[in-house]
Design a protein around this ligand. Structure first.
Ligand SMILES: [Zn+2]
Length: 134
């Protein structure tokens, strides 16, 4: 109940932001101004602009699953198109697709983490507790 009351206070002070746009931009889900990440993939503990405590952010394996599915589809599709168009040797596939896969995967994982954290904030999602039953 306390978090629901806190969220209604947040909505009175801050406009509701899109989870996708703030998450992909790596911005705070409440104010949309502060940075969400202190390093490439590590979320901050607290927003430097509005002071939102990010301890609620527990994204688990969700972003990795989405990143694997999306990047698998994109990279495999691009590699197949490249193979059909140019018939390059295998070593050229390795030289091209290994760094592209690494770079796009890190970018996609960061974006998915941001979206998941923003969605957690927006929906007030958290682990189930015995007190939630009934
Ligand atoms: Zn903020």
């Amino acid at each position: 109940m306390a978090s629901t009351k806190k969220q209604s206070q947040d909505k009175a002070l801050y406009p509701e932001l899109s989870s996708v746009s703030t998450g992909m931009a790596g911005r705070c889900p409440r104010c949309g101004q502060g940075k969400l990440f202190k390093s490439m993939l590590k979320p901050v503990n607290r927003c430097a602009v509005c002071g939102l405590d990010m301890s609620f952010a527990e994204e688990g394996d969700g972003p990795a699953v989405f990143a694997i599915l999306i990047m698998g589809f994109v990279i495999a599709g691009l590699a197949l198109l490249f193979e059909n168009a140019f018939h390059p040797p295998v070593w050229l596939h390795v030289v091209i697709w290994v760094p592209v896969t690494f770079a796009l995967s890190v970018w996609c994982l960061r974006a998915m983490k941001g979206i998941m954290i923003a969605a957690q904030y927006k929906t007030d999602a958290q682990e189930g507790r015995l007190a939630d039953r009934d």
